[in-house]
Design a protein around this ligand. Structure first.
Ligand SMILES: [Zn+2]
Length: 610
């Protein structure tokens, strides 16, 4: 235990009454918070949170934070807010409560009302069931706006027989046999980043390089129908491969929180929530281990290595960043590589097949080769619209940029270095420190590569957003690229109608809007733009995305679709003449005339080795 933690533990133990409180100094002491989260087994429609603020300022604010990735706006579900006398409160804003007290302590409490949604839940959202659920993090706890670094203690009051699994540090338990329900938290940042899986949990533990890891599973059934030994062994392999890239951990311990009856996954500093049904785990669904590898990698790249643009805690509008091409795209690059090196099921049979798929997708969504990665990144966590009539993916752009940089470095250093060395440097210089900018990544690539081409690479592809010249990087490893644009056809070889459009409904709105993915599509040619409100197609009313998809499925080449649009000036009917379209066909082949160096570099790349 380091000195800071000993001091913090001493202070929190004093508050817990375990140690005598030291004499107060004349300078006002910083506030310290004691949170209690209580679940009543007889009422699973929500749970209560109380916050006792020691050394409370005369006036302070508590707020529900906004997550940069998924803004679930849980301030909407705060009920029964109460401040015990002598404190009083006002709700200053939707997510902010202002408390005034004349005492040195204040006690605030509120309830989080849970939505009665049928499974599968999104794995990061709180829920409760008779056998357990998920609570904690920014969906549950308010933070002290004026001091996000204040230390705190968390006590869980759970139904009989329930346990808790979380990335938080347990306080020394009164008896080793009792499950830890008291936690020592260094700051609001840590508390709000730590989901807590509760209930009748199955759990397993392993240690990698001296660092403990926990796998906890909340099953909706009493018995497990999958091979838990294989699950834990596979996760352990993923951890070993990942730390092998960076050489050290960004955390002191880590919790994999797996939820039956949930879907999706979300990374945290030293934990992850993942929806994994027993059926998923028994069939070794390829993307389950891919998700685990991806979210674990984010502990380094995303949580420790952070992009500029995010503040630590924020209750205002969702924040945006230009750095997701690195945090997400490079993580995608390693998700595939780690999956192959651990022998986990992956989507594409070989690295070459995977790269072929990536380049095909790059050209299929035209925005990838037109819009700079930073601009695509800004649109990643928000609703459709910011990219106009283009579609693009910062995950895909970033994965391909990492692939090309990896090839550039391998060639320039004669196979001595690869992109792993860039990651190691970025982690060493930015892990847990200053957020990175694109120029910082450029500096690290230049240092590893030792080549002038690194600057040209960033100038062309990151700063100016030019289309990536894949052939120039592939040729360094003796690979040839052929890019054809045949007509898009179905399995019977018949030309497909151009239905490369989608629909969506803005949050807190009811209008169905259309999304254009290619400015050369027949839809764009008809004068329709992303965001137009569509009320009918060929006389059929459009209310839902399902209505829209049904209308698309009925269209054929040569049809004219009559779209009724709702404009500020009134209703407008727009005819769209449905055409066919072309689609990229990418072929990568090994050059028979490749020299010895190219062949050696290609083999090293295929194996993911140096
Ligand atoms: Zn991710």
């Amino acid at each position: 235990m380091d000195r800071l933690r000993i001091l913090l533990l001493t202070f929190v133990l004093q508050l817990a009454g375990t140690l005598p409180v030291v004499a107060q100094t004349k300078t006002p002491a910083s506030p310290v918070l004691h949170y209690t989260l209580r679940i009543d087994a007889n009422d699973l429609s929500g749970y209560t949170v109380s916050i006792r603020v020691y050394h409370a300022p005369h006036r302070f604010r508590l707020a529900m934070a906004t997550h940069h990735e998924y803004d679930d706006r849980y301030w909407r579900f705060v009920t029964d807010f109460h401040a015990e006398a002598p404190a009083s409160f006002t709700r200053e804003d939707s997510a902010v409560w202002s408390i005034t007290t004349s005492g040195e302590e204040a006690l605030v409490s509120y309830r989080i009302r849970l939505l009665p949604l049928p499974p599968p839940h999104f794995s990061q959202r709180p829920f409760l069931s008779p056998v357990g659920g998920l609570v904690g993090d920014l969906h549950s706890f308010m933070y002290l706006v004026e001091d996000t670094h204040t230390p705190c203690r968390l006590t869980l009051q759970l139904p009989y027989g329930w346990e808790a699994a979380t990335g938080l540090d347990p306080m020394p338990a009164p008896a080793a046999s009792e499950p830890p329900l008291d936690f020592l938290v260094s700051s609001a940042l840590q508390l709000l980043d730590a989901p807590i899986l509760v209930g009748r949990l199955h759990s397993w533990h392993f240690v990698v390089d001296g660092t403990p890891h926990e796998v906890a599973y909340l099953s909706m059934t009493p018995t497990l129908s999958f091979d838990s030994i294989a699950l834990v062994a596979n996760i352990q392999k993923i951890v070993r491969q990942t730390v092998g890239i960076f050489n050290s951990f960004p955390y002191r311990h880590y919790s994999f929180l797996l939820e039956d009856a949930s879907a999706g996954a979300l990374e945290h500093g030293n934990s992850v929530t993942i929806g994994a049904t027993a059926a998923d785990l028994s069939s070794a669904r390829p993307d389950i281990y891919g998700e685990i590898a991806h979210e674990l990698f984010h502990s380094w790249n995303g949580m420790s290595i952070r992009p500029s643009g995010f503040t630590e805690l924020n209750y205002g509008p969702q924040q945006l960043t230009t750095g997701l091409w690195f945090n997400e795209g490079v993580t995608m690059f390693y998700t595939d590589l780690i999956g192959r090196k651990t022998g986990m099921p992956v989507d594409d049979s070989t690295r070459l097949a995977h790269l072929t798929n990536l380049i095909t997708r790059y050209y299929r969504d035209t925005g990838n080769s037109v819009l700079p990665p930073g601009r695509v990144s800004l649109a990643d966590y928000v609703q459709p619209g910011p990219l106009g009539d283009y579609s693009a993916s910062t995950h895909l752009q970033g994965e391909l940029l990492a692939t090309c940089m990896d090839m550039l470095i391998r060639d320039a250093t004669n196979g001595q270095y690869c992109f792993d060395d860039v990651m190691r440097r970025v982690y060493r210089h930015h892990g847990g420190q200053e957020p990175f900018r694109d120029t910082d990544i450029e500096n690290e690539v230049t240092a590893v590569c030792g080549c002038k081409e690194a600057h040209t690479f960033f100038e062309d592809y990151l700063y100016q957003g030019k289309p990536i010249d894949f052939a120039s990087f592939l040729s360094r490893l003796g690979l040839r690229l052929q890019h054809d644009q045949p007509s898009a056809i179905d399995r019977q070889g018949r030309p497909l109608p151009d239905t490369r459009v989608f629909s969506w409904i803005l949050r807190d709105d009811t209008s169905l809007r259309i999304g254009i993915t290619n400015p050369n599509s027949c839809w764009a040619m008809a004068g329709i733009h992303t965001g137009d409100i569509i009320t009918a197609i060929n006389g059929l009313p459009m209310h839902t995305r399902s209505d829209f998809q049904t209308a698309m499925n009925r269209l054929h080449i040569g049809d004219t679709a009559l779209l009724r649009l709702k404009k500020e000036t009134g209703t407008k009917i727009v005819p769209v003449y449905i055409t066919g379209y072309s689609t990229p066909l990418i072929t990568l082949t090994e050059d028979p005339a490749a020299n010895t160096k190219q062949r050696r570099l290609l083999q090293q790349w295929k194996d993911g080795l140096r």
